[in-house]
Design a protein around this ligand. Structure first.
Ligand code: HEM
Length: 232
């Protein structure tokens, strides 16, 4: 880069920084953010869950460009993504692998928090928002499984949506509510699509923000004394 271009670049950066305070924020929240010494491997699993969630959002948006949410075209559109669209196979495989690994990592994160005792006072609400995130993670994977409208996704969803059936009185109503009818039908695909791409991701983003806020306010737990408030 020539010298004058570099000067303009630095002047623009300084101008933005002066008006937004972004470098102070990076210092406070990231580079000079203090955590207890000797944090172990298990403390990386929350961050890994967040990273996979971010990757799922990115790959999901790419898939949305070509996926068609209708019973006539869904299967064909997924085949097109796999065969005709450049790198479509890679994006779809990354999204599928991401969904499985997210469940695995989130459950491992929950177990580590449980066994290290970091859910204890004052982190009860962090734990509760985490529980909601786990259920939503399972929900987003469940609703996404139907979207390719293949034989496998159709029958797997038929079996899974039948689970509430034996609940006394309410069971059949719950099954009909989830399916939007007696069996899996085009309305099921529509509602699963809406839940998978709008409702669940939006609620998860809000809950993840609350989870992060609490972690920031209370501070990361100390592996030696988990039930302490190390926040400011
Ligand atoms: C999408 C799912 C989730 C994401 C993105 C996420 C993210 C995070 C991150 C980044 C941290 C800080 C680093 C760490 O301690 O690992 C954290 C901490 C924590 N998470 Fe999660 N989490 C998720 C699910 C859960 C679940 C299922 C639970 C429990 C039911 C949970 C309970 C907690 C608790 C109690 C802490 C505080 C740990 C401490 O201060 O040492 N989280 N989470």
């Amino acid at each position: 880069m020539t010298l004058w271009l570099k000067k303009i670049y630095l002047a623009v950066l300084e101008w933005i920084d002066y008006r937004t305070g972004v470098s102070d924020m990076i210092k406070d929240q990231l580079t000079e953010y203090r955590v207890p010494p000797k944090l172990n491997f298990w403390y990386s699993l929350g961050g890994l869950s967040l990273f996979i969630f971010g990757m799922q959002l990115v790959t999901g948006i790419f898939l949305l460009v070509y996926y068609v949410p209708s019973t006539d075209e869904a299967f064909e559109s997924v085949q097109r993504i796999m065969v005709d669209i450049p790198y479509g196979w890679m994006i779809r495989s990354a999204h599928a692998a991401g969904s499985h690994s997210m469940i695995f990592v989130v459950i491992l994160h929950m177990l580590s928090v449980l066994f290290m005792g970091s859910y204890k006072k004052p982190r009860e609400i962090t734990w509760l928002t985490g529980c909601a995130l786990l259920f939503l993670t399972l929900g987003i994977c469940f609703t996404g499984y139907l979207l390719p409208w293949s034989q496998l996704s159709f029958w797997a969803t038929t079996v899974a949506t039948n689970i509430p059936q034996p609940i006394p009185v309410a069971g059949p109503y719950i099954v009909r509510l989830i399916r939007g009818g007696e069996t899996i039908n085009p309305d099921t695909l529509n509602r699963f699509f809406a839940l998978h791409v709008v409702v669940i991701p939006a609620v998860m983003l809000a809950l993840a923000a609350a989870h992060m806020y609490l972690i920031r306010v209370l501070g990361i737990s100390d592996p030696k004394k988990p039930d302490t408030d190390s926040g400011e």
